[in-house]
Design a protein around this ligand. Structure first.
Ligand code: SF4
Ligand code: SF4
Length: 147
């Protein structure tokens, strides 16, 4: 009885969670796993402003007035996606964030699925992964039913 109740509650929790993520937040992925504090993601950053990844340094310097996170960044390279930044708030020896308790929201929410949309990927060894909320076989079976 008690076990049944727990199983049913968990089942409804999963349905509710899925509804909120897909219908309210418009998400396609769950973020699972946990941060291993390796610091890799703080050294290879793309900045997306509006719909575009920043490719122009002059534009980026203008944006630095808009958000404190931008003031932490310095350009370390460029590739086909855009400018690559590293964050100066990372301790160069320990690789830890020097402002961990007050780090910006964008760092707290990392990694989000927008990363994929920008053509990015998680760092090797990252403790997180992004899993599709609606599994491929579920999509396939819906398509089969319709056809
Ligand atoms: S503020 Fe901290 S967590 Fe965010 S990118 Fe910089 S070092 Fe990393
Ligand atoms: S790369 Fe992944 S595991 Fe490493 S600090 Fe960033 S979020 Fe954490």
């Amino acid at each position: 009885m008690y076990t049944t109740l727990i199983i049913k509650t968990y089942h409804y929790y999963k349905i509710l969670k899925r509804f909120i993520y897909t219908k309210i937040l418009g998400r396609h992925y769950y973020r699972v796993g946990e941060c291993k504090c390796c610091g890799e993601c703080c050294q290879h950053i793309y900045v997306k402003h509006g719909k575009n990844v920043i490719k122009d340094e002059k534009l980026f310097h203008k944006l630095q007035y808009l958000h404190r996170f931008y003031t932490y960044l310095k350009v370390v390279g460029k590739d086909e996606t855009g400018l690559i930044f590293s964050c100066q708030m990372q301790d160069t020896v320990t690789k830890k964030c020097k402002i961990h308790k007050n780090r910006p929201g964008i760092c707290r929410r990392y990694p989000q699925e927008e990363l994929f949309m920008m053509g990015g990927s998680l760092s090797d060894g990252c403790g997180y992964r992004l899993e599709p909320i609606i599994k491929f076989d579920e999509v396939l079976s819906k398509m089969m039913k319709k056809s």
